[in-house]
Design a protein around this ligand. Structure first.
Ligand SMILES: NC(=O)C1=CN([C@@H]2O[C@H](COP(=O)(O)OP(=O)(O)OC[C@H]3O[C@@H](n4cnc5c(N)ncnc54)[C@H](OP(=O)(O)O)[C@@H]3O)[C@@H](O)[C@H]2O)C=CC1
Ligand SMILES: O=C(O)CCC(=O)C(=O)O
Ligand SMILES: [Mg+2]
Length: 736
């Protein structure tokens, strides 16, 4: 039987699933729709790669691999919730928790010293960082705010911090020596294979990556971040933040850029604590400090030293913080700085959050302050500086009047930077890095120095063709101007522009307003239209897809959780992502402390509706179409009646909002006249839900206010988590 696959993930979305999925299953059961769950949580992904360490009854299937295969087939219909892209501290915490639950998986070896450890490390490294999305994304992305969401925001605007023209907030980015300035790019004429070689100053050759195939028409590019330039940039910025009296904050994407960005993060920590590292470097090496995992790693490792030594080093650290600029805080109560954990501040969410808050971040006293946002590589930093300049000039955006910016993003088959981690290297010694094809031609070459970060990206031709088509289709469907955010002066973009100009000819573009603008010009063009209430589609590469689908939604509708995020898979299936944001770790904290889940599942409602529509088309199932349409109507009603989760314990939360969705959905099904059986079934359910509304809401709200336990963070106890997420006996019995 055809089915819809529902993913079980992590943190807030996984909690929400425990409440929402039973509703969905109950509602679609009579329509011949099978819902199957696949577990791609961090915990399950760890267990899946270590069967040889587990008892028979502890082994789990590799659901991610199964879904990765499915995504390439026409029958794929996958609802994908956000999942943890684990930084090393998160990975280690998950390992520890699983071990405490009796799973005898190995520790993560920081330094793999023998073959066994190398094998273990390589298995973990496949799980690390953004390891799920790139596997499932066998298509390009189409993300937009549905009309109902946009209209709701216009009538009920979220808070927007005012912007003043004398704000000292700014973006600091490199003007030489970074990835942007060193990029070289070529388009591959005929299929070939390539290898990546490092040659040191004595002519000794090391293979960085063995021969792998390239397809005809692929664009490849390579570039290098100079360690020297990076360190000198950080030194300048630390001093400048101090001089200007603004917070120092670093914004990276350590999850998707899981090889390069932790290294860059580490350099920032070392520069910020320069005197400490100068004095205690030997000690740090001895205890295995690795600040690529953040300053928090140093804090943890210090505990291994004798108390007197700890005290001495702590005093040196305190002195360094005193001497340096103030630093942006993730949690000022707990003393967690922006440099503690690479996964705490992730650029796509962190920069828009700052822009929404008058360009300010929290300082150590828990007060908002102007900020220097440090984004070392200048490839995309300009979009944030242009937005900030725009706000300084025009004031904050006004959600009641502003237009919207849907995005068509190139991401299929690990396109561009987000597929580069297996071709990213921290350079061992001075020399050159060459990309050499099967005939021995050198396609790309850089001079490099010890510690530089060199990387290569691939962008396949078929995804580019599909992306151009998707852009034209979207521009036509919504009759909106579309801008390709590409810089003709950047090597990779120049190659891409050639292809766009070719492939646009395959489509009827008459009457469409299609342009190609550099990211900075595109930002200004788009923002100028936005404040006039005009819409502009952004057509972008993979990184800007990620950045723009948090930036504009957060400004327009307060969060990217309310986005419709569709991935039409290139082989005909559908991947329906639930919103454009992440897994909101802060929401789990609140649930555990006060049994209130402020997570909004709106993205999930929207995704399910399009998944049902897709299901109905593929399987000729008219009931699925009705279920999808009525779900959309119910979602609109939910918005109108303001039944989204509140942020405060004791008030309607995620669970209560699911109840209302269920009630409205049943009412819509009861009032439609296209399918008699559905009408009959849901008339009775709708009545029972409405009759018991106050009892159910009381049951859902009264339990809030006290701490709860779910028996694990990464691998919660099923019975406990279900109990917590389904606390209304009345509601549960109606669903049964
Ligand atoms: N598609 C995916 O799988 C993605 C996964 N991630 C992963 O998610 C984790 C956290 O990432 P982070 O960058 O902090 O971004 P998040 O999007 O998880 O969180 C940022 C903030 O946005 C708000 N928010 C996000 N989603 C919702 C929602 N559904 N309802 C209400 N508010 C919401 C919350 O604000 P507030 O706290 O003010 O309520 C939240 O703290 C990381 O592990 C990251 O790798 C990140 C992006 C995409
Ligand atoms: O896969 C990830 O780590 C994050 C993905 C993301 O942020 C996005 O697609 O918007
Ligand atoms: Mg994102």
């Amino acid at each position: 039987m055809s089915k819809i696959i529902y993913t079980k993930t992590d943190e807030a979305p996984a909690l929400a699933t425990r409440s929402f999925l039973p509703i969905v299953k109950a509602y679609v059961k009579s329509s011949g729709i099978n819902i199957e769950t696949k577990d791609i949580s961090l915990a399950a992904r760890i267990l899946a790669v270590f069967p040889d360490f587990l008892n028979e009854d502890q082994k789990v299937s590799d659901d991610l691999a199964i879904l990765g295969e499915l995504a390439k087939k026409p029958e794929a219909n996958i609802i994908k919730l956000p999942n943890i892209s684990a930084s090393i501290p998160q990975l280690k915490a998950a390992i520890k928790e699983l071990q405490s639950q009796g799973f005898k998986i190995p520790n993560y070896p920081d330094e793999a010293e023998n073959n066994t450890e190398k094998d273990i490390k390589s298995r973990y490294d496949k799980i690390k960082g953004s390891a799920v999305n790139p596997v499932l994304r066998e298509g390009n992305s189409d993300r937009r705010a549905p009309k109902a969401v946009k209209n709701y925001a216009k009538k009920n605007p979220h808070s927007m911090g005012a912007w003043s023209s004398d704000s000292k907030t700014h973006v600091a980015t490199m003007d030489a020596g970074d990835f942007a300035h060193n990029e070289k790019s070529v388009t591959i004429k005929d299929a070939t294979s390539i290898k990546i070689e490092h040659t040191d100053s004595h002519g000794k050759i090391t293979i960085l990556k063995d021969s792998f195939p390239l397809l005809k028409g692929e664009i490849i590019d390579a570039t290098v971040m100079s360690k020297k330039a990076l360190i000198s940039f950080f030194e300048t910025q630390v001093a400048d933040a101090k001089a200007k009296g603004v917070l120092f904050s670093l914004h990276m994407k350590g999850t998707m850029m899981k090889v390069s960005d932790p290294i860059i993060f580490g350099h920032a920590v070392k520069v910020f604590l320069k005197d400490v590292f100068a004095k205690y470097n030997n000690t740090f090496n001895k205890i295995g400090v690795d600040v690529n995992n953040g300053f928090g790693n140093l804090v943890e490792k210090l505990k291994e030293l004798p108390e007197a030594e700890q005290k001495e080093i702590q005093a040196a650290i305190d002195a360094a913080f005193d001497k340096g600029p103030s630093i942006a805080m993730v949690n000022s109560d707990k003393g967690i700085t922006n440099l503690h954990v690479p996964s705490d501040v992730i650029i796509d969410a962190s920069m828009p959050a700052m822009i929404r808050t008058s360009g300010q971040m929290w300082n150590a006293d828990g007060k908002l302050q102007d900020t220097k946002a440090v984004i070392p590589d200048s490839s995309y930093a300009g979009i944030y500086s242009a937005t900030i300049d725009f706000c300084k000039k025009h004031g904050a955006f006004d959600p009641t009047t502003m237009g919207t910016v849907p995005n068509v993003g190139l991401m299929a088959q690990k396109a561009e930077e987000y597929g580069s981690h297996d071709k990213t290297f921290e350079i061992p010694s001075n020399g050159t890095v060459k990309v050499i094809d099967a005939s021995g031609n050198v396609l790309l070459q850089h001079n490099v120095e010890t510690g530089d970060i060199w990387r290569m990206c691939q962008t396949k031709d078929a995804p580019i063709q599909d992306w151009v088509k998707l852009a034209v289709t979207r521009a036509r469907a919504s009759e909106t101007p579309a801008v390709f955010w590409l810089d003709e002066n950047r090597a990779h973009d120049a190659e891409l522009i050639k292809k766009i100009n070719t492939y646009l000819k395959d489509h009827d573009t008459s009457g469409l307003d299609l342009r190609i603008l550099s990211p900075i010009d595109a930002t200004i063009f788009t923002c100028e239209r936005l404040i006039k209430g005009e819409d502009t589609i952004s057509v972008s590469g993979n990184v800007l897809r990620d950045y723009l689908t948090d930036l504009f939604p957060i400004l327009e509708v307060g969060t990217s959780a309310k986005m419709l995020s569709i991935v039409p898979l290139m082989n005909g299936g559908g991947l329906f992502e639930t919103g454009a944001g992440g897994s909101a770790p802060k929401h789990v904290q609140q649930l555990l402390e006060e049994n209130h889940l402020r997570w909004d599942s709106l993205g999930e409602f929207l995704a399910l509706a399009v998944s049902l529509e897709h299901f109905s088309e593929v399987n000729n199932n008219s009931k699925a179409k009705i279920l999808g349409e009525t779900l959309d109507d119910a979602t609109e009603k939910l918005l109108e009646n303001k039944k989204g989760p509140s942020r405060k314990a004791g008030e309607l939360d995620n669970r209560g909002s699911h109840f209302y969705l269920a009630m409205y959905w049943a009412q819509e099904l009861a009032s439609q006249n296209k399918d008699e059986a559905l009408k009959k079934e849901f008339t009775s359910i709708a009545k029972k839900l409405a009759d018991n509304e106050s009892t159910i809401i009381k049951e859902l709200n009264d339990i809030q206010g006290n701490p709860v336990s779910i028996g694990g963070y990464y691998e919660p106890n099923e019975a406990l988590i279900n109990q917590v997420m389904r606390p209304s006996k009345t509601f549960n019995s109606i669903l049964e």
